[in-house]
Design a binder for this molecule. Structure first.
Ligand code: BES
Ligand code: MN
Ligand code: MN
Length: 460
């Protein structure tokens, strides 16, 4: 291992420079105009896979953005590791809130700023660079490796499930490694064993056929903006519980044991809440902050559009109003069933004075698994090498549709090794990645492959 670690240290700067090159490509999956960049990014990634020494790398089309697949399978009799990441990124608005432009990566105080640095190009590159260090120094890897990099994660992995089912044989593996989550806190290596799922909906309320003068018509016609607000107000009660009938029916309750485990984590509720800048916390009674974040479902308005939003005033009854509403789900809530319950309830409470359309947007299943399998011991020991500290086991509040889906298909242990930090502004302006974590992450992963080679997968 000494040679490999020496190489990682010696190439530290080049590893950063190569990450900078790919962060420069604005691979925003939600934007039509950025399509060519998403494609470019896939090509660069494929080249980088080959340059790292993978034997085969290819861009695999889907009805949407392509998947980049790469492999090195020359360790017969050794375990096969499937490594997942995504190369698409979130939009960058509001642009004026960025200190330096999102696609002109900049290093300040040991952090690399730019869209996609932590979510997820940096975390994907951690694995690619660890693989390179092995191949350039040993001419081999201790395990077989398959990479799958998705281009539609940030828009709900629309075509992923079908892709995974179609290529089930190609993706066969003993263990799945995902690096797309944060650590619990600075310096605390973390292995994540649970994610929330997601159901994203739109409610459109249509009233009059066109905007109306509110003097000539106000008082005789229902206002779609008012009605939409009334509908939204009835989705939750004043204590923060979702009122949709059946919403909580399949929620897996926390066991006493798990509550104790979560309570023992080195987590500072106050410090975490301060990241929000909000004046006071809010949440479901009877649950700690981590329980609310990781093990309880939510319902939140993500966007509201109606009426006059420009300068000054305009006295109108708007013709329509639109709300984007998403629900974070927990095991075993089924995203499609929740979408149906949501739609039924909204239809049920909508007054006859307006026309209401309910649309289902993206969905993703949650994930929750035990961490008993011996592969997790390999991960603990690898992280100890990289970070000098024993890893903690955490859940997360975010969603990665791939994880629950591949777990369902392959039924293999999924290890989520996160190298991000909670304050790295993913999805927000000034997204960044701590370069020390990037480096330690690469070292950890180099050890991880070594340690996974000795795991007896027949047992699990
Ligand atoms: N890397 C995140 C998922 C994540 C965020 C995990 C925070 C743990 C903590 C991922 O890129 C993401 O943003 N996922 C979306 C999925 C959605 C579009 C279906 C999310 O969670 O909003
Ligand atoms: Mn991500
Ligand atoms: Mn994301």
């Amino acid at each position: 291992m000494e040679k490999i670690i020496g190489y990682i240290n010696a190439h530290r700067q080049r590893y950063i420079d190569e990450l900078i090159d790919i962060v420069k490509i604005p691979s925003i999956s939600s934007s039509r105009e950025h399509r060519p960049y998403v494609q470019r990014c896939a090509e660069v990634l494929k080249d980088q896979m080959l340059r790292a020494g993978l034997r085969r790398a290819q861009i695999m089309p889907t009805p949407g953005h392509p998947v980049v697949y790469g492999e090195w399978l020359e360790a017969p009799g050794k375990p096969t590791v499937l490594i997942y990441g995504h190369y698409d990124v979130q939009p960058v608005e509001p642009l004026d809130a960025w200190i330096t432009p999102p696609f002109e990566p900049d290093i300040r105080q040991g952090e690399l700023y730019g869209r996609g640095t932590v979510d997820d190009k940096g975390q994907l590159y951690i694995h690619l660079k660890a693989v390179e260090a092995w191949l350039k120094n040993e001419g081999r890897l201790p395990v077989n490796v398959k990479f799958i990099a998705e281009g539609e994660e940030e828009i709900g992995s629309l075509h992923l499930e079908e892709f995974l089912r179609q290529h089930k044989d190609l993706l066969q593996a003993d263990v799945v490694i995902i690096s797309d989550t944060p650590m619990l806190d600075r310096g605390i290596p973390s292995i994540c064993y649970g994610l929330r799922g997601l159901t994203y909906m739109e409610i459109e309320v249509q009233g009059p056929t066109t905007d109306l003068h509110s003097g000539s018509f106000g008082g005789i016609v229902a206002n779609p903006a008012n009605v939409l607000c009334e509908i939204i107000a009835r989705l939750k009660d004043e204590r923060g519980r979702v009122t949709i009938p059946g919403f909580y029916d399949k929620v897996v309750p926390l066991s006493e044991q798990e509550r104790q485990n979560l309570a023992r984590l080195p987590f500072d509720e106050q410090a975490y809440f301060q990241l929000t800048g909000a004046p006071a916390p809010f949440g479901e009674e009877g649950f700690t902050m981590l329980e609310r974040l990781w093990a309880r479902p939510t319902l939140d308005v993500n966007g509201l559009i109606s009426g006059h939003t420009g300068e000054g005033e305009k006295t109108i009854i708007p013709a329509r109003a639109l709300a984007k509403v998403s629900m974070r789900l927990v095991p075993d809530q089924d995203p499609d069933e929740i979408a149906r319950l949501f739609e039924d309830y909204v239809r049920h409470i909508a007054p006859p004075t307006v026309r209401v359309t309910v649309r289902k947007c993206s969905t993703g299943v949650g994930f929750l698994a035990s961490y008993e399998h011996p592969a997790f011991q390999a991960a603990i020991r690898a992280l100890e090498k990289g970070f000098g500290r024993r890893a903690v086991f955490i859940r997360e509040g975010g969603s990665i549709p791939f994880v629950g889906t591949i777990y369902g298909i392959l039924q293999r242990p999924c290890i989520l090794l996160g190298f991000g930090l909670p304050d790295e502004n993913s999805h927000a302006p000034n997204e960044k990645l701590n370069l020390e974590n990037y480096h330690r992450g690469i070292i950890s992963c180099a050890y991880l492959y070594q340690k996974l080679a000795d795991v007896d997968f027949e047992l699990g």
